[in-house]
Design a protein around this ligand. Structure first.
Ligand code: PLP
Ligand code: COI
Length: 339
């Protein structure tokens, strides 16, 4: 095991042993290769730098009590990357290559998968981009796929604790028919100013409404939203949010727990009716929402009166973590064990 103070880890980059790379030239992908170099040498006219032809993914590996390493839902991330590649005209990886690359990266960096007791994990960041030197706005002819890893702790300080969010009407992270459903860097560039503004005012993150009418809930920064009421898990259906794999998993777990699940447009007016609410994502896991402030209208939607996570968020969080760390059986086939 690497000599790291695991329980002090935040959500940041740390050098590990190796990354996995693969290049696409003349219409075909090459072989997956292990590299120890952290940098890439790229032409200044590369398409990804100018026209943001770039996609990324995020998933995690966990070390169980039994010492085994488990990666959560690789196939779902592979599918989402395919969808993103189609969305911004990039070539798809060969069948199975995504999973193979992730497993290869985890194996090469096994000593950086944090110990079970730390509650930390190994974040896996696949990235795929076009890098042909050109100045015309066209898809590149050459691409690179890289998978690197970094041990991480909680995305928000304090781990599983409630956080305040700020509704923004001054920014959209994506348009209704734009790239919000894809995991492309441009969406995150579009979110930075809103994020900085929210942070400066003491919020964990900005909160987006639908771009067209500002009437419906979209996303909580880099995480999906869910609300809980009357034994029902409600989450937005929208053409401008990222289809979160954590959210998809929580919908299944909620159903397993006997809850109703609704995926539909959620009007802002419905916010006061939720008993609990949360933000969910690979990095955030579940981050229960303490309150959602609408400063334009002097309204604060409070989802936790005592500042503590509510009972349903807590139950879902523990269930998800138990599956990820191997404390409970993987009844849905979500886990890949890396030997
Ligand atoms: N929404 C956005 C904008 C994100 O960046 C992420 C993070 O990946 C999510 C939602 C959560 O998705 P997932 O649960 O697949 O990590
Ligand atoms: C994730 O949850 O994996 C993300 O990608 C969120 C953020 C770090 C961009």
């Amino acid at each position: 095991m690497a000599n790291i103070n695991w329980s002090e880890l935040g959500f940041g980059y740390m050098k590990t042993n190796a990354n996995v790379r693969c290049e696409y030239h003349n219409g075909a992908w090459g072989k997956l290769e292990l590299h120890t170099e952290e940098t890439i040498n790229m032409h200044m006219a590369a398409t990804c730098l100018h026209y943001a032809q770039e996609a990324f993914e995020g998933l995690k590996a966990f070390r169980g009590k039994d010492g085994k390493i488990r990666v959560f839902r690789i196939d779902e991330n592979a599918k989402r990357l395919e969808s993103t590649c189609k969305g911004i005209c990039m070539p798809l990886l060969p069948e199975g290559a995504f999973k193979e690359a992730v497993v290869m990266a985890v194996k090469a960096n096994a000593e950086f998968v944090p110990p079970y007791e730390s509650g930390a994990s190994l974040y896996i960041r696949p990235v795929l981009f076009g890098f042909t030197p050109q100045i015309g706005v066209n898809p590149a002819k050459d691409y690179m796929f890289i998978v690197f890893t970094s041990p991480v702790g909680p995305y928000f300080k304090g781990g599983f604790a409630t956080n305040p969010y700020l509704i923004t009407r001054r920014y959209d992270r994506s348009a209704p028919l734009g790239t919000g459903v894809y995991k492309v860097g441009g969406n995150y560039a579009a979110s930075l100013a809103a994020h900085e503004e929210a942070h400066a005012q003491g919020y964990s993150s900005e909160f987006y409404l639908d771009a067209k009418e500002k009437k419906y809930i979209d996303e909580c920064g880099a995480a999906n939203f869910f609300g809980i009421k009357n034994n029902t898990y409600v989450t937005p259906k929208s053409t401008s949010i990222l289809p979160s794999i954590t959210n998809k998993s929580l919908m299944q777990l909620a159903e397993d727990m006997g809850m109703k699940v609704e995926r539909r447009p959620i009007p802002v007016d419905e916010l006061p009716t939720f008993e609990e609410a949360g933000a969910c994502g690979t990095a955030a896991v579940i981050s229960p929402i303490e309150r959602l402030d609408d400063r334009d209208n002097n309204v604060s939607y409070v989802f936790s009166k005592d500042g503590k996570p509510g009972p349903v968020c807590t139950k879902l969080y523990h269930k998800l973590r138990a599956i990820q760390y191997g404390d409970e059986p993987d009844t849905h086939g979500w886990i890949t064990i890396v030997e």
